[in-house]
Design a protein around this ligand. Structure first.
Ligand code: ATP
Ligand code: MG
Length: 374
């Protein structure tokens, strides 16, 4: 399938000739398929908005190319790109009412007035803003203005919809409610969309694939499940997942026929080598210094196993979180049932080989996930 949107080698350098150039987006390759919803996820300043603005045409690419629906668009003016964008700082036209703002977005479609009214009403219903259609932007709350801005983007007919933090101003309940409706709206019409968010719950709920960015660099572009099961590096491993993945520095060695990971303070995790294919053992032993990762829900609390001391245990109503001092650091374990552990209690930590992620400490890149080479 040919991609709907294709970014190749895209760079954005702000103020390139100044003493403080900012390399906001670095060698970005990204292909979005028709009908796909992609989330751009990353911390503040990682280059999400810069990426969207280059696609929409509000920023020039410093280098690289962008094609949309088979056309090279990166030199086109924004109006010629056929991209609808909802901005992070909702930019509504102050002299127009919300209804006029949304209708204005359709002016190039030259529709009959009755059709325009029907489309505005449909979008207003979708976003729960029917009651503010006759108001002016200055009288709106942040969340109302944001939904009006989102409506102005979704009402258009475009090849691509770019939504920059479209629900950041809304309370969690309304966000969750609208998220479902917006996803249905986009999927029902087969639209292609890129959503920017810091919120991984939102990314997981809305997106087919998530592009994780950090420091202007795309770290991984994968389905929500793959990002959890097979993080490409330590950054995605620890960034995706709540509570975050547990991380331990380790020295790998072969001892008494076992594959042993020696952690700090004399804690050893020993594995039957048959759990790791030969090539993988070679890779791990060849590195020596590795970083182990294990998801909190995969950390087993037993009577046997490596010793740890509980410092916090809490039942959250649907899961128990246990935090314990372990190997000079700490380990967090999540259980779906109610587990009672007292503060100071000694527990045994067991990590099954299929739950172990191994990373190359030097590069941060994944070596293996659960006994399979990455
Ligand atoms: N017009 C500009 N001139 C100079 N630097 C800029 C400009 N716009 C953005 N930057 C810088 O580029 C980097 C990426 O910014 P960008 O707005 O793309 O981040 P973001 O991922 O959208 O962050 P946030 O989540 O805070 O919205 C930041 O370091 C930012 O300070
Ligand atoms: Mg931004």
């Amino acid at each position: 399938m040919t991609a709907m949107l294709n970014l190749q080698g895209v760079n954005k350098i702000y103020n390139p000739n100044s003493r403080h150039p900012v390399h906001a987006v670095i060698d970005l390759d990204l292909a979005v398929q028709p009908g796909e919803i992609v989330a751009l996820l990353g911390s503040s300043g990682c280059g999400k908005t810069s990426t969207l603005r280059m696609v929409a045409g509000f920023e020039q690419v410093s280098s690289g190319s962008i094609s949309l629906a088979g056309r090279d668009i990166h030199t086109f003016a924004p109006a010629r790109r056929n991209v609808a964008m909802a901005f992070e700082g909702y930019s509504l036209y102050p002299p127009l009412t919300v209804r006029e703002n949304i209708a204005f977005a359709m002016k190039s479609e030259k529709m009959a007035t009755a059709d325009v009214t029907a489309r505005v009403d449909e979008i207003a219903q979708l976003l729960d803003i029917e009651d503010i259609l006759d108001r002016y932007p200055t009288s709106l709350s942040g969340g109302q203005a944001q939904r009006a801005g989102l409506g102005r983007a979704l009402v258009r007919k475009a090849d691509l919809y770019l939504l920059d933090e479209p629900m950041g101003q809304l309370e969690p309940q309304l966000r969750a409610h609208l998220r479902g409706r917006i996803k249905h709206f986009i999927k029902e019409r087969g639209l292609t969309a890129i959503l920017v968010t810091h919120d991984q719950t939102e990314a997981n709920a809305l997106a087919d694939r998530i592009a994780v960015m950090e420091g202007g660099v795309l770290q991984q572009f994968d389905t929500p499940a793959q990002l959890k099961d097979a993080p490409a590096n330590l950054f995605t491993g620890t960034f995706i997942g709540e509570p975050p993945m547990n991380i331990f520095a380790a020295q790998a060695k072969s001892e008494n026929g076992q594959l042993v990971f020696a952690l700090d303070q004399g804690v050893d995790l020993s594995y039957d080598p048959t759990a790791f294919p030969d090539a993988l053992q070679q890779a791990i032993l060849g590195l020596g210094t590795v970083t182990l990762g294990v998801r909190p829900h995969a950390v087993q609390v037993r009577d046997h196993g490596a010793k740890a001391q509980v410092y916090a245990a809490q039942w959250l109503g649907d899961q128990t979180h246990i935090a314990a001092h372990f190997a000079g650091g700490s380990v967090v374990s999540v259980h779906h049932d109610r587990v009672s552990r007292a503060k100071g209690e000694e527990i045994g930590i067991v990590i099954a080989p299929q739950d172990l992620h191994v990373f190359d400490t030097a590069s941060g890149n994944a070596v293996s996930h659960g006994g399979t080479l990455a």
